[in-house]
Design a protein around this ligand. Structure first.
Ligand SMILES: Nc1nc2c(ncn2[C@@H]2O[C@H](COP(=O)(O)OP(=O)(O)OP(=O)(O)O)[C@@H](O)[C@H]2O)c(=O)[nH]1
Ligand SMILES: [Mg+2]
Length: 328
């Protein structure tokens, strides 16, 4: 029986052959599997794809375990989320990350100051968010950095508003990301093997707002990025715009903080549970203890509920900063 492979499938197959990293290979295989017409005639191809996928995942898994600690581009996630900071040379990435985190980093007015990805923690209210400073993107985006961006929760793309090149730079960078099948967006949809792209929430940061004509350039940039990720102009040097940027970084992560309150006791406001936006009382129960979901009867919520301490069911949608008492 003929397999009747679609053009989309053949395109995914081409992507598989051209993939340069195991992550890209896995992604292309997943897409091939999703796009493969499922009938008697394709059973052998299906089995073959599944075998290849299982093999690659295994290789990738051992590679990760081995590389943790030795591969500078493999950085375990810490805190409420992982945010990778990319951009052209000298844009001020390191100074910005340093200002946001309070951790001194090497900053200099020549390119390639930063040689390898450097993770630091940025305090935000009662949370810590991981920021990763990276070496500049010069020319095409390289595989390891692309993989880092895919694994991370969010990307900050930093541009230099003191340079007339900033618009060309962002266009070029977004194109290089496109070639690696990554799209930076305002609100990312979950990864779907049928789609050729992965989406990652991002913020485009125009830095060096203190420089002459930076204002004009930021206006142009803002207009041309309309419909894409949010744009924020800052001066890392003067600390201008950084309060808003921190908030924006948190907002783009798509997480909420929830405080658990044992019945009859005060809530633990020191250690929020970090959950995905859209999480329910049930998701919190799972995060608190693996026995809780089965035993959960109802919850009381302070914050987003209609009135303080309102009793709600398991599917109640939680909001940032809710205080929740789980009743078993
Ligand atoms: N005027 C001004 N200068 C800045 C600002 N941010 C960074 N700089 C300067 O720009 C130069 C480059 O800063 P870095 O933070 O090293 O830039 P980078 O993007 O990390 O550079 P690479 O690591 O080489 O990619 C330094 O001289 C900084 O002092 C800013 O907001 N305003
Ligand atoms: Mg740097």
């Amino acid at each position: 029986m003929p397999a009747n492979l679609t053009p989309e499938y053949l395109e995914a197959e081409r992507q598989f052959r051209q993939a340069t990293t195991p992550e890209e290979q896995i992604e292309a295989l997943q897409r091939m599997l999703a796009l493969l017409p499922k009938h008697k005639g394709t059973e052998k191809i299906q089995a073959d794809l599944k075998r290849k996928l299982a093999k690659l995942r295994e290789v990738e898994q051992t590679r990760r375990v081995k590389r943790a600690g030795t591969d500078p581009y493999y950085i375990p996630r810490h805190g409420a989320g992982q945010v990778v900071v990319i951009g052209p040379a000298n844009a001020g990435k390191s100074l910005l990350v340093s200002q946001l985190s309070g951790v001194p980093l090497e900053v200099a007015d020549y390119p390639y100051t930063t040689q390898k990805p450097t993770p630091v923690m940025m305090p935000f209210e009662d949370l810590q968010i991981q920021l990763i400073d990276t070496p500049p993107v010069v020319g095409e985006l390289e595989g390891p950095l692309a993989s880092l961006i895919r694994r991370a929760d969010e990307t900050l793309l930093v541009l230099d508003l003191s340079s007339d090149d900033c618009l060309d730079q962002v266009v070029f960078l977004l194109e290089s990301l496109d070639k690696r099948r990554i799209r930076l967006v305002k609100e990312a949809r979950p990864d779907d093997p049928v789609r050729t792209f992965v989406e990652r929430p991002a913020i485009i940061v125009g830095n060096k707002l203190d420089q002459p004509r930076a204002d004009e350039r930021q206006a142009v940039l803002k207009e041309s990025l309309e419909g894409g990720p949010p744009f924020v102009a800052v001066s890392a040097l003067l600390g201008e715009g950084l309060v808003g940027l921190r908030r924006q970084i948190f907002d783009q992560l798509g997480v909420i903080r929830v405080y658990a309150k044992p019945p009859g006791k005060e809530p633990d406001l020191e250690r929020p549970f970090v959950l995905k936006k859209g999480a329910t009382v049930m998701d919190l129960a799972e995060a608190v203890h693996r026995d809780f979901p089965d035993r959960l009867k109802y919850a009381r919520v302070w914050g987003s509920a209609e009135f303080a301490g309102q009793s709600v069911g398991k599917t109640f949608l939680l909001s940032d900063r809710d205080i929740v008492e789980l009743h078993l």
